[in-house]
Design a protein around this ligand. Structure first.
Ligand code: NAP
Length: 289
């Protein structure tokens, strides 16, 4: 039995779907079990909150391995520690944590620091007598951050963004999920970290051009301050501080150097190349029309 945390989110929903497709028994952890989350009947929905160890211990009973996704905000170290402790109590064998690129290189921005502290907690609890083994996935920026462009593209034919010349090898969240599913369902990933990314480094101008070509209409790209991007993201439900930190990182030369690298790690792990940004756009055009 595999438990998925963050099962209602962008990556977690894909992890659930891909595990079901692979014939695995799946439990989806949600905070609001009363709502219809649209999982198939084969997925068992359990209630739990990363802020409460007691709810997690109950949800983890009978679970062999788990996908851990915490929000990436200041609560991440505590939430990861809670989850690893509950996993140890429940006898879970293996936890695959979704972390972030900055944890790979020891970046000292807030989000990287929070994920690194979360990783540290999971590692430490892994040393307890019943502690779970761990695997950390460290992706760079997701292709799906372009979802934040959907409303202005639909309503004004424009993208309002910052740091538009910074190239990043963006990764499709379906590939982040595929990496997690591989780590959860095939042997030999315990104690390993995987820095995964997409097939090509693209700046925002190039990504907007790809979207414009796929939509068959011109799009304006209007540069705005980071604070405006963060405000818009907050209105869409993102944590403002996380967006501000992430966008500021894009301005740092050391981050740019690492984020633009195209790496073989995904292909080596999953056995196929990562999906392109074009593919993500083609599969999500409805959001922008
Ligand atoms: N976006 C990027 O470019 C990027 C790049 C690298 C790494 N990351 C990392 O990826 C993660 C975000 O992934 P995502 O985009 O798939 O997230 P998402 O779509 O925002 O979904 C977040 C999920 O976490 C659940 N959740 C939130 N608080 C919870 C709690 N207290 N207890 C249990 N579940 C809780 C939410 O459930 P509810 O339905 O209950 O709200 C939801 O399912 C972060 O850790 C981030 O640092 C992101």
């Amino acid at each position: 039995m595999i438990l998925v945390v963050g099962a209602t989110g962008v990556v977690g929903r894909e992890v659930v779907a891909q595990l079901v497709e692979a014939g695995q028994e799946v439990r989806a952890l949600v905070r609001d079990p009363g709502r219809d989350h649209g999982f198939g009947g084969e997925v068992k929905v359990v209630s739990g909150d990363l802020g409460s160890v007691a709810t997690l211990t109950a949800a983890l009973t009978g679970v062999d391995s788990a996908f851990l996704l915490s929000g990436g905000g200041p609560e991440t170290p505590l939430h990861d520690a809670n989850f690893a402790a509950a996993a140890a109590q429940a006898g879970v064998r293996h936890v695959v944590k979704l972390s972030i690129i900055g944890a790979e290189y020891g970046f000292t921005d807030l989000v990287s620091t929070w994920h690194l502290a979360g990783e540290r907690a999971v590692r430490q609890i892994g040393q307890w007598p019943n502690g779970p083994q761990w695997t950390f996935l460290r992706p760079g920026e997701f292709s799906s951050n372009a979802r934040l462009w959907a409303v202005p593209v639909r309503e004004r034919g424009a993208v309002f963004w910052s740091q538009v010349d910074v190239k990043v090898a963006v990764i499709d969240p379906r590939d982040v999920a595929a990496a997690a599913v591989t780590a959860l369902t095939t042997p030999g990933h315990e104690g390993k970290t995987y820095r995964i990314g997409g097939p090509r480094a693209l700046d925002v101008r190039e990504r907007v051009d790809i979207l414009s070509a796929a939509l068959g209409k011109p799009l304006k790209l209007i540069e705005v301050p980071i604070a405006d991007v963060a405000d818009a993201a907050a209105r869409a439900g993102r944590q403002k501080l996380v967006v501000e930190t992430t966008m500021s990182n894009l301005g740092r030369p050391e981050f740019q150097e690492k984020a633009s690298q195209v790496l073989p790690t995904f292909q080596e792990l999953v056995g196929r190349p990562p999906r392109s940004f074009e593919e993500w756009v083609d599969d999500h055009l409805g959001l922008f029309r």
